[in-house]
Design a protein around this ligand. Structure first.
Ligand code: COD
Length: 298
């Protein structure tokens, strides 16, 4: 089982080198992360974007472009469409977001005729390593599904569980979190949590152990769950946190990174290939680990 983000690098190194198509690649952090991943023999980039800007940055960061393909498309929308086309034509096996807004790239990915949908719901999963938690911690969905309904939450859990299976955890513990541990019919998230937990208990959702509603303290801390008298296989030992909506997940994601001393790796799951989708504020290291995660599971 993968215990640290560095382990992802070792797994990825032992696989065939993956080609990664980067949409709007003219960004210093993105090119730094790709340089690092290329030097470690994890990926082979295809850079789609503004060629003169890419060359300028490459010079600044000492990135050797002689063996790297560049497709000169300065427009960010068109660059996203082309990067997706590279995947569809089998020229690359991982897609990465560069300096383009999440919405623009995701629309290219979701395009009915020319995108990368395979029938499943697509969702974002982030995996964190923090000194304040005893193992890797998944958080979903901080970047794609804005206000998931009950069925979408089940699909979001399945995508996160699929990712954890792929990194060697055969039965991850999932906490559906909100503000309370009790069911309040006025709080829809608690009704969703109770329904999904019972579906898991009745084996309608398998491959994981789900409990909710839980508040975040009980989910991550054995001590807090004891004080609150919560009897649960998940409480204090959670692997994956499902937030009630994009705001909750995004606040948790950024709090872990900016206040919780965490480093993360994140992907969009559920598409034909993994999509590396980090936010502009993420550190280069997180972008690098996201590439390693995509290569490790692909
Ligand atoms: N999985 C699969 N299919 C989807 C999904 C999904 N998650 N979302 C939409 N679709 C399909 C729909 O069924 C439809 O067929 C088509 O795609 C278009 O759907 P719309 O009109 O609802 O979606 P869009 O194109 O307007 O927007 C989709 C986005 C993902 C861009 C949108 O949901 C969005 O903006 N999400 C938040 C992105 C964001 O701002 N993140 C910020 C944090 S970094």
């Amino acid at each position: 089982m993968i215990k640290k983000l560095d382990d992802l690098v070792d797994v990825a190194k032992n696989k065939t080198i993956r080609r990664i198509a980067v949409a709007a690649a003219g960004d210093t952090d993105v090119l730094e992360a790709l340089k690092n991943a290329t030097e470690k023999g994890i990926v082979e980039p295809v850079l789609v974007g503004d060629e003169s800007r890419i060359k300028e940055i490459a010079k600044d960061i000492d990135l050797d472009l002689s063996d790297i393909e560049i497709i000169n498309i300065p427009d960010k929308h068109d660059a996203s469409v082309e990067a997706v086309r590279q995947i569809r034509e089998g020229k690359a096996e991982i897609l990465m977001k560069g300096l383009v807004s999440t919405g623009v790239l995701l629309k290219a990915v979701l395009d009915k005729d020319h995108g990368l949908r395979k029938g499943a719901l697509l969702s974002h999963v982030a995996v964190f390593e923090t000194p304040y938690y005893h193992k890797l911690l998944g958080v979903t969905d901080a970047a794609m599904n804005v206000a998931p309904d009950l069925l979408e939450k089940i699909d979001i859990i399945k995508n996160a569980v699929d990712l954890f299976h792929k990194i060697g955890n055969p039965n991850p513990k999932v906490a559906i979190v909100g503000s309370v541990e009790t069911i309040n019919p006025r709080m829809e998230a608690t009704m969703h949590a109770a329904t999904i937990s019972m579906m898991n208990y009745r084996k309608q959702i398998t491959g994981c152990i789900i409990d909710g509603p839980l508040a975040i303290d009980g989910a991550v801390s054995k001590k807090a769950s004891k004080i609150k008298n919560i009897i649960s296989d998940v409480a204090g030992d959670v692997d994956i946190i499902l937030a009630p909506n994009i705001d909750g997940a995004n606040i948790l994601y950024k709090s872990l990174n900016f206040l919780g001393g965490a480093t993360s790796a994140s992907l969009i799951m559920g598409a034909a290939v993994p999509v590396v989708l980090t936010s502009r504020g993420d550190a280069e290291k997180s972008k690098f680990y996201s590439i390693a995660l995509a290569a490790a599971i692909n």
